[in-house]
Ligand binder design. Structure first.
Ligand SMILES: Nc1ncnc2c1ncn2[C@@H]1O[C@H](COP(=O)(O)OP(=O)(O)OP(=O)(O)O)[C@@H](O)[C@H]1O
Length: 231
């Protein structure tokens, strides 16, 4: 479903991803883990087409995506929740949600009702400005916005950063529901082990711009955690 082979990626002259291989299966819940600065966000941005690939291959839903633009991602069935949420502070909750509906080939102009069932607070705050919401409410909005186009893959970059525990639980439950009831593939960059273990079935551990260990979550041993995750 998402396959990267020998991917190299640079910011100017600085190489960040080194011959990176990654295989994410359809319908899986996958956690990408690693310490700060190992290249997790860069990897997600590369998958999303936000950064050009220096060399290597990227296949998403059987399509060669090395040269596909970021605008083509929703049509490939990918929703993205960026690190830091990137809510438009001056727009209302409704306007933030509707932004995705403007994308090419999108014929329906209504927000799917199930988004409000997952996150009831969004309906209650529909006419409030994004900038007036709490961090947890903004995160629900960011996830809701990524779901507007009914993706079959949802990619999230540290969705729990700075979020209170009850909203972390809600996000966990929503991700499990989307996966189990809708068959959605969940790709999650996560540093917090308990959340990664609760949501992820598979892990990929990154170090210095490469994936250095992968497997079922049960195989993420204390030894691996100590070597590659503990501060
Ligand atoms: N726009 C940029 N220009 C130049 N270097 C960058 C840019 N964005 C990130 N980097 C560098 O690339 C490296 C990988 O950053 P990245 O954000 O992908 O890591 P990360 O694993 O997601 O870290 P974190 O957990 O802190 O978010 C870091 O050394 C970072 O300083």
């Amino acid at each position: 479903m998402i396959e990267l082979k020998n991917v190299n990626q640079k910011y100017g002259g600085t190489q960040i991803l080194w011959d990176l291989d990654l295989n994410i299966k359809k319908g899986s819940r996958t956690c990408i883990m690693g310490r700060n600065g190992v290249g997790k966000t860069t990897l997600l941005k590369t998958i999303m087409g936000m950064l050009p690939i220096s060399s290597g291959s990227l296949i998403i839903n059987d399509k060669d995506c090395v040269k596909a633009s970021v605008e083509a991602r929703p049509e490939l069935g990918i929703g993205y929740v960026p690190q830091g949420r990137h809510i438009f502070p001056q727009l209302t909750v409704e306007e933030n949600l509707k932004i995705s509906l403007n994308c090419k080939r999108q014929t329906s102009k209504t927000i799917p009702e199930h988004i409000y069932e997952l996150f009831p607070v969004l309906k209650e705050m529909l006419h409030r400005r994004g900038g007036d919401l709490s961090g947890g409410q903004q995160q629900q909005l960011a996830i809701g916005r990524a779901l507007v186009l009914n993706p079959n893959i949802l990619i999230l970059d540290e969705p729990n950063e700075g979020i209170q525990p009850n909203i972390v639980q809600l996000i966990r439950d929503v991700l499990l529901k989307l996966n189990k009831e809708h068959g959605m593939t969940i790709v999650l960059v996560e540093q917090k082990l308990p959340f990664a273990r609760a949501v992820g079935q598979e892990f990929h551990l990154m170090e210095k711009g490469s994936v250095i260990a992968s497997g079922p979550m049960a195989e993420l041993t204390d030894e691996l955690v100590g070597m590659y995750l503990a501060v």
